[in-house]
Design a protein around this ligand. Structure first.
Ligand SMILES: *Cc1c(COP(=O)(O)O)cnc(C)c1O
Length: 431
């Protein structure tokens, strides 16, 4: 299969993955035969639809009039001045409808579902960000939407659960196992297998079996393609470095994909170092993982001696995943992208810095990229340009940050406090 299509036209290395879904030795499809049949159907449909000009036209129209694309690039002058080194630019994915980059691939996936004649989209969600973006796209296109979410996460992420319900999605609280993301994935796959004709599984990042790592990357590539033109228009040249946070890796693949062939552009993926890489509490998959198989694909995985994925941790729930997209593992091995990390503490400092200096409250996920960009700006010095993919806005994180890292006075009311204690006791039981 030739991967070139209308959606990824313009991105570099679009020959990858190969026809079996491999990026070098990573990716592929490690799933039961009955699921493989379903995935083959998705592959065929994507191949057909992604070459159909009317699909591209419909997607572009939604991106422009619904999401608000192109997202602007902002020169963070105050942050740049405070650091005193390279100029820092932000690709403002936080300004998209629903507040993050996830809407880019959700619109593509739900449009595909509709064209395949599906009635319902299903997915798992951890913190609820993917669930909300998918529920939004499903509401827009008139499809049913079932979101599987661990019982613990349902409790922890109440506002996102409310959002999904208001948007008309059904939130299924998963009570098995650790009652978190991994169990939600298992339940969602079970439900998918029970009715693959009327439903389609919409994965939330560049992970999972082929064709999802390719498809989600293609839908996110609009970020890099826009940024390439915008930076040239603003500065007269390409940026010297690009920085993005990496959970599963979709926002990073989105911005990197248009610059892979530009050898003058250094690319940095920032993984969550949590409480430190020398503690068990991080989610730095490429930094600390080993090659293995997780959720139907081969990649770096944080795993125990038996190849079982281990619990991981980050202050940013969107980065809290023991695997990473297979193209990232490949780009790491060939040395095209440098993978580094930022701790919780560094992310919080960057969160406040951007809020106070630029009036932009970033998502804690994106704050990891900002934290590394600040270090890099010092190192590179004046005259160089760094472009950061600001993957989302921090509205969802404000209560958590104020409570745990108060820089300003904060007095929660009693009712809030009790809810918080209840949640903490659940977390403690889990450990
Ligand atoms: C979900 C999320 C991420 C992490 O997902 P990737 O697939 O690694 O991009 C990063 N930033 C924000 C704002 C998110 O919501």
């Amino acid at each position: 299969m030739d991967n070139r299509n209308l959606i990824n036209d313009g991105i570099d290395a679009k020959d990858l993955p190969d026809r079996n879904g491999y990026f070098g030795e990573y990716g592929g499809s490690f799933i039961p035969p009955e699921l493989q049949k379903v995935m083959d159907e998705v592959s065929e449909a994507y191949e057909r639809i992604s070459r159909d000009p009317s699909f591209l036209e419909e997607l572009k129209d939604l991106e422009q009039h619904y999401t608000g694309r192109p997202s602007p690039i902002y020169h963070a002058k105050h942050l740049t001045a405070a650091v005193g080194g390279a100029d820092i630019y932000l690709k403002r994915e936080d300004l998209n409808h629903t507040g993050a980059h996830k809407i880019n691939h959700c619109l593509g996936e739900v449009l595909l579902a509709k064209r395949m004649g599906k009635k319902k989209v299903i997915a798992e969600t951890g913190a609820g960000q993917h669930g909300v973006a998918l529920a939004t796209a499903a509401a827009l296109m008139g499809l049913e939407c079932d979101i599987y979410m661990g019982e613990i996460d349902v409790m922890k992420e109440a506002p996102n659960v409310s959002r999904m319900k208001i948007l008309g999605a059904k939130v299924i609280s998963v009570k098995s196992g650790t009652r978190t993301l991994k169990d939600a994935v298992d339940e969602a796959f079970k439900a998918y297998l029970a009715d693959p004709v009327n439903q389609i599984y919409c994965i939330g990042s560049v992970v999972g079996p082929h064709p999802f790592p390719m498809m989600v990357r293609d839908f996110q590539s609009v970020v890099g393609l826009e940024a390439r033109d915008q930076m040239q228009e603003m500065t007269g040249r390409l940026p010297d470095s690009i920085v993005a946070c990496v959970g599963g890796g979709s926002n990073a693949m989105g911005i990197f994909s248009a610059f892979l062939d530009d050898k003058t552009v250094s690319l940095y993926g920032v993984e969550p170092a949590g409480e430190g890489l020398d503690t068990p509490n991080h989610a730095a998959t490429i930094g600390k993982g080993k090659v293995g198989i997780l959720h139907g694909f081969k990649s770096y995985v944080i795993q125990d001696g038996n190849g079982e994925p281990m619990p991981v941790y980050s202050i940013a729930s969107g980065l809290d995943y023991p695997g990473v997209g297979p193209q990232h593992s490949y780009l790491h091995d060939i040395g095209r992208v440098k993978y580094t990390s930022a701790t919780d503490r560094e992310a919080v400092e960057a969160f406040y810095a951007l809020s106070r200096m630029e009036g932009i409250i970033p998502a804690l996920e994106s704050s990891h990229a900002v934290a590394y960009a600040v270090k890099l700006a010092e190192k590179l010095g004046k005259g160089k340009n760094i472009l950061v993919n600001l993957s989302g806005r921090g509205d969802k994180d404000i209560d958590f940050v104020l409570r745990n890292y108060p820089l300003v006075e904060y007095e929660p009311d009693e009712k809030e406090e009790n809810k918080y204690k209840e949640f903490l006791s659940h977390i403690q039981k889990r450990q």
